[in-house]
Design a protein around this ligand. Structure first.
Ligand code: GDP
Ligand code: GDP
Length: 455
């Protein structure tokens, strides 16, 4: 029997997932209605639409894992841009810009039954400037008669148009071959390569919480060690910053430094950036404006970091502006709104005055240490044995489920699999997690516990 949908396979996949790095990312870009979603679904090998967007609902999920010809990669679906708010051209441009910054290669989709529009031409200029590989997908070529329409797209100057019918699957294989050829074997910075290299930090938070101020403060007003050049790494927008005697890689800082010019509709853009930064980082520093009430958006960003399985530091910024009353209410808000993450590392800082900047690095280091901790099976089981003896599971229906043994299936973040003789109640599971955290100091990291019931 399984508990909480736990699947025995999961143990294996947990182990496989542990320590394996990010996959190369292929972005699908183009105007609305050219067939991007249809193509993404085709690539993912499923028929249903990629999460129907409801108006007003922000979609955080942008990357989907896919496989073609034995290669695994991620497809970035940039559909769902708020073009009503942004206007068509701005939305498509923002999408292209985002894709160029965060993806390893781009599939640019054009509706060949319509031909190249002004918007398409404008996007081509953006794509050319960034210098990442682009594969031109001439979509809606449903039959041989339409091939001529595809050929007309040579005029875009992006090289060979690949005639495709995303709807029927025609030509998608050849197009994907070309796209995968353009993808690097693995992203230039994988977990493997990064061993011993600088730690990757995602500085995230809603607009105006002080991200760029903090970045400037820690970088000593542009005293950035190296500004990596485009083409030399997976992403030209990571910055190496020296802090506390170590070098750290702050990922995806372009989105922080270059203030998003789009006022409205910037939420979705920001959310995509957050997802992309988390994807590449080991630790998330979530900045919160402590002078204001903790918002739903703050909580969503924290949830994204936790769900991405990153080590977590919460930095309460603008501490210089807090009076005693606000400090009181802030603590109440933290108790109420952030109750699920009592384990997160916390620092109270001011990017303006530099207050407690020196506490940032120890907090990050503690979080990463917890994130990477591996408990030897012997120690884990000695500990589980003590728990079972001193705090047995309550008797239910004449039975008393016991934890039989456990193992840590992975790190980054730590994943545990417990084998039990019966269903463990949620309260008991929480108790076990709390004790695990105390015993092995998993500070600043989410931990996953799966329970497998043995009959
Ligand atoms: P998106 O806005 O770019 O994501 O476009 P969609 O994937 O939602 O497709 C827009 C419309 O074009 C839908 O009605 C699709 O069924 C249709 N479409 C997509 N691909 C093809 C294709 O290859 N051939 C034809 N005939 N229609 C297509
Ligand atoms: P971002 O949108 O998250 O990058 O936020 P910014 O760094 O642009 O900061 C937004 C505003 O908050 C600016 O006016 C900053 O000067 C101000 N700000 C940032 N950090 C602090 C701080 O620690 N204290 C105070 N008082 N203001 C701050």
């Amino acid at each position: 029997a399984t508990q909480e949908g736990f699947d025995p396979e999961e143990v294996g996949s947990d182990i496989a997932a542990a320590g394996h790095g990010p996959l190369p990312v292929l972005a699908v870009v183009g105007r609305p209605n050219v067939g991007k979603s249809t193509l993404v679904n085709r690539i993912l090998g499923r028929r249903e639409a990629v999460v129907e967007d409801r108006p007003g609902v922000t979609r955080d999920r942008v990357n989907y894992e896919a496989e073609w010809a034995g290669r695994r990669f991620k497809v970035m679906d940039t559909g769902g841009w708020e073009q009503d708010v942004l206007g068509l051209d701005a939305a498509v441009a923002a999408q292209a810009e985002f894709a160029m910054e965060t993806a390893d290669a781009v599939v640019f989709v054009v509706d060949s039954t319509v031909g190249a529009t002004d918007t398409d031409e404008a996007v081509v200029k953006l794509l050319r400037r960034a210098g990442k590989p682009v594969v031109l997908c001439a979509n809606k070529v449903d039959g041989p008669a339409a091939e001529a329409d595809a050929a007309a797209l040579w005029s875009l100057g992006l090289g060979e148009p690949h005639p495709v019918s995303a709807l029927h699957g025609r030509g998608t294989g050849d197009m994907l071959d070309a796209a995968l050829n353009a993808l690097p074997e693995a992203p230039a910075q994988t977990f493997g390569i990064a061993v011993g290299g600088p730690r990757r930090v995602a500085l995230i938070g809603r607009p105006n919480v002080g991200k760029s101020s903090l970045l400037n403060k820690v970088a000593g007003e542009d005293r950035v060690v190296v500004n990596e050049k485009a083409g030399t790494t997976r992403d030209p927008v990571d910055e190496l910053i020296e802090l506390g005697g170590k070098t750290w890689k702050f990922v995806d800082t372009a989105g922080i430094r270059r203030r998003v010019h789009l006022q409205e509709g910037a939420d979705y853009y920001a959310s995509l950036r957050t997802a992309a930064a988390l994807e590449k980082a080991e630790v998330a520093v979530v900045l919160i404006d402590a002078s204001e009430s903790i918002s739903v958006q703050d909580q969503r960003i924290i949830t994204m970091a936790v769900e991405a399985g990153r080590a977590l530091v919460i930095a309460y910024n603008k501490w210089d502006t807090l009076d005693e009353e606000r400090r009181y209410y802030l603590e109440r808000e933290i108790e109420r709104d952030l109750v699920q993450i009592p384990w997160a590392q916390r620092v109270n800082v001011s990017a303006r005055t530099g207050r407690h900047m020196e506490r940032l690095v120890p907090a990050i280091e503690t979080a990463i240490a917890g994130w990477e901790t591996r408990v030897p099976t012997g120690r884990l089981n000695a500990f589980l044995g003590e728990i079972v003896a001193s705090h047995p599971h309550p008797v239910r229906g004449g039975k008393q489920p016991r934890i039989l043994f456990g193992t840590q299936a992975g790190t980054k973040p730590p994943r545990f699999v417990l084998f039990a003789s019966g269903f463990l109640e949620a309260g008991y599971r929480r108790f076990v997690e709390r004790r695990l955290r105390e015993e092995f100091s998993f500070a600043g990291t989410p931990i996953h516990i799966s329970v497998r019931v043995r009959e």
